[in-house]
Structures are given as structure tokens and as C-alpha cells.
Write a protein that binds this ligand. Structure first.
Ligand SMILES: Cc1cc2nc3c(=O)[nH]c(=O)nc-3n(C[C@H](O)[C@H](O)[C@H](O)COP(=O)(O)OP(=O)(O)OC[C@H]3O[C@@H](n4cnc5c(N)ncnc54)[C@H](O)[C@@H]3O)c2cc1C
Length: 310
């Protein structure tokens, strides 16, 4: 990859909110840039937000898709190059070179990593097999599907408890399975869950297997205190055990924290000169749309002040 001619000021990897914001600022500051996105459309997590978004200053959106349309419309009025369905096979962060699976090579003076996060998986039997066959993608979106059914929610944070409360409105019964004794969720959610007669909480318990034939019929659990396994009959399962950063492409090349998030300074610079990380992939504690927009701008403003033109 070393003979590639540098021809771009900035390559942005990932076209979620953070990548889109960085691209907007590249256009604003006349930096030659491209965004590389692996999916067939930009937007990232915006496509899985089914709740109203009312905490990004100046905008109230019906859901993530609504906000995505507004962001995209804004970008369309600018000179921005977004390449979708791109499969990156290798990134050399030190040289700032990218090899695509079709053999094409790209390089730039600066790389901005904006690859976001993905939902953590349980990695148990039945988890892949029953996707869409009883395993739900969202409490809000799939609420109607659980009407009169028994649901099992796995997790102990805000998302698990909030979804337990949402689904309890339609479900006959909700089991909330948590591997620890105490919840990490907001106290208001914990209080509401405790007082909800339809929700049965099983702490110190883990899911071992999702069982069924053509669709989910139950979950095998293990009580961590007694080491006893037992079965609960349920028709729906929702897994909410947190998220993890998308950093496989950069493994062992850039400094990360103990959770795998990319470490950055106040300018969104990583430990490598000319390599930046923005949005959720570098913000374990503040994964928000506002942070993604802000850090996208921060990195590009810093790049422009450094005169890092190709
Ligand atoms: C259900 C839900 C509700 C939420 N509600 C709110 C809310 O009300 N308010 C709020 O502020 N925030 C909310 N958030 C959080 C907010 O959506 C995120 O903080 C924000 O979208 C993060 O943007 P990002 O660009 O950093 O990452 P992402 O949106 O994760 O985008 C990363 C992009 O990088 C791409 N990518 C990953 N790997 C590669 C690769 N190897 N090559 C190329 N591309 C790659 C992905 O496909 C994706 O498009 C919510 C999130 C969820 C899931």
C-alpha cells in the first residue's frame, strides 16, 4: 500500500451522524473529502431509533428516520461525496491508506474514524436462528407483536428496563433477566419496574439458550447463585446488553480504552498524527447525536487549523 499517491485531505470512515457532520465541515472549510460507508445508505443508528428525538438542540424529530431525512437533505445542498456499500479490507492508519475489497486504494492526509457502535450480542444458541422469529429488534417498534404474549428481556441497563416498561403495556407478562444483583439503570426506571405487576425480575440469572422450532418457544436460564438451569416459556425475546465499538479494522493500530473505545484528546486526535475519531466510537460516556455532530465539527476544524492539506 506504500506507493499510493495522496490525493485527499480527509477520508471519513462511517456515514453516521458523526461522519456526516465531519463531511459538512470539510465542505465548509474547503477540504477535499470522501465518506466511506459499508451499508447501502448513510445514517447509521438513526435508522434504528423509533422514539421521538427531542434532545438535539433546534430540532424535534418524530424518529431517527425523520432526522436522517433532514440531515441528508442538508448534505445534498453541499458538495459532499458519500460512497456507500464500500467494503474496506485493510486500513493502514500510520500511512493513512485504505485498501478496498475491489482492489482500489485510497489515501489522505487525514483519516477520521466515525464507525460508531453496534448492539452487543449474547452469542448463545438460537440468537441468530430466531432473529425476526420471536427475537424483537425494538420494544417501541415491535410492541404490537407482543400483545397477549409472554416476553423475556435480557439486560440490566436503561434500555432493558425502559423496554420492559414499554412492552408490559401490551404483553401478558414480562420476564426481566439480569446477570447481576443490582441494575445499572436510571432510578426512575428501576422504581417503575419494581412497581409493575406484569414484570417479574430475575437477578443473578443468565440466558443460556433460546429454544423453539419455527419460532421462539422459550429460554433456558441459569441461576448463578444455585447453578441450576431452568426453562421459561416465552414467545418473544428482546436482548439489550449494551453496545460495543466498531473498531475491528483498526485493531492494534490505535490506542483504545479498556472497553475498546478509541482514545482521543480534546481535538478528537488519536495517538496517531492525522488520525481522528469522532462520535460514539470514541465516546463511551456520551453517545448522543449532539456529541456526534459536535465532535465531527471539532476534528475538521482542528484539521483546517493545522493546514493538513494534501
Ligand atoms: C434506540 C436508540 C435511541 C437513541 N435515541 C437517542 C436520542 O433520543 N438522542 C440522542 O442524542 N441520541 C440517541 N441515540 C444515540 C445516537 O443515535 C448516536 O449517539 C449517534 O447516532 C451516533 O452516531 P455515530 O455517527 O457516532 O455512529 P453510528 O450511527 O453508529 O454510525 C456509524 C456508521 O459507521 C458505519 N461503519 C461501521 N463500520 C464500518 C466500516 N468498517 N466501514 C465503513 N463504515 C462503517 C456504520 O455502518 C454506520 O453507518 C439513540 C440510539 C439508539 C440505538
Amino acid at each position: 500500500m506504500s506507493s499510493v499517491k495522496k490525493h485527499l485531505d480527509v477520508i471519513i470512515i462511517g456515514a453516521g451522524v458523526a461522519g456526516m457532520s465531519a463531511a459538512l465541515w470539510c465542505d465548509e472549510l474547503k477540504l477535499k473529502a470522501v465518506i466511506l460507508e459499508k451499508e447501502n445508505r448513510p445514517g447509521g443508528q438513526l435508522h434504528i431509533i423509533y422514539n421521538r428525538i427531542e434532545n438535539h438542540l433546534g430540532i424535534k424529530a418524530k424518529d431517527g428516520a425523520d432526522l436522517y431525512k433532514r440531515f441528508l437533505k442538508h448534505l445534498e445542498s453541499r458538495n459532499i461525496s458519500i460512497k456507500t456499500s464500500v467494503n474496506i479490507s485493510k486500513v493502514d492508519l500510520e500511512r493513512k491508506e485504505i485498501l478496498l475489497s475491489d482492489g482500489k486504494k485510497l489515501s489522505a492526509t487525514n483519516l477520521i474514524i466515525a464507525t460508531g457502535v453496534r448492539r452487543r450480542k449474547l452469542n448463545i444458541e438460537g440468537e441468530d436462528e430466531f432473529q425476526g422469529k420471536g427475537i424483537l429488534t425494538s420494544g417501541k417498534k415491535d410492541a404490537e407483536k407482543v400483545r397477549g404474549k409472554t416476553v423475556c428481556i435480557i439486560g440490566g441497563g436503561d434500555a432493558a428496563l425502559e423496554n420492559a416498561l414499554i412492552l408490559s403495556q401490551k404483553a401478558k407478562k414480562v420476564f426481566l433477566i439480569h446477570r447481576r444483583e443490582d441494575f445499572r439503570a436510571r432510578s426512575e426506571f428501576i422504581e417503575k419496574v419494581k412497581n409493575n405487576g406484569k414484570i417479574e425480575v430475575l437477578t443473578n440469572t443468565v440466558a443460556k439458550k433460546i429454544i423453539g422450532h419455527s419460532c421462539v418457544e422459550g429460554v433456558e436460564l441459569e441461576d448463578l447463585t444455585t447453578k441450576q438451569s431452568f426453562f421459561i416459556p416465552v414467545q418473544s425475546v428482546l436482548i439489550r446488553i449494551g453496545v460495543e465499538p466498531n473498531t475491528e479494522l483498526f485493531k492494534d493500530q490505535v490506542e483504545t480504552d479498556s472497553f475498546g473505545y478509541i482514545r482521543v484528546n480534546e481535538n478528537c486526535e488519536t495517538n496517531l498524527k492525522g488520525v481522528f475519531a469522532v462520535g460514539d466510537v470514541a465516546n463511551r460516556l456520551s453517545p448522543t447525536i449532539s456529541t456526534a455532530v459536535g465532535t465531527g465539527a471539532t476534528a475538521v476544524k482542528f484539521i483546517s487549523t493545522q493546514n493538513f492539506h494534501a
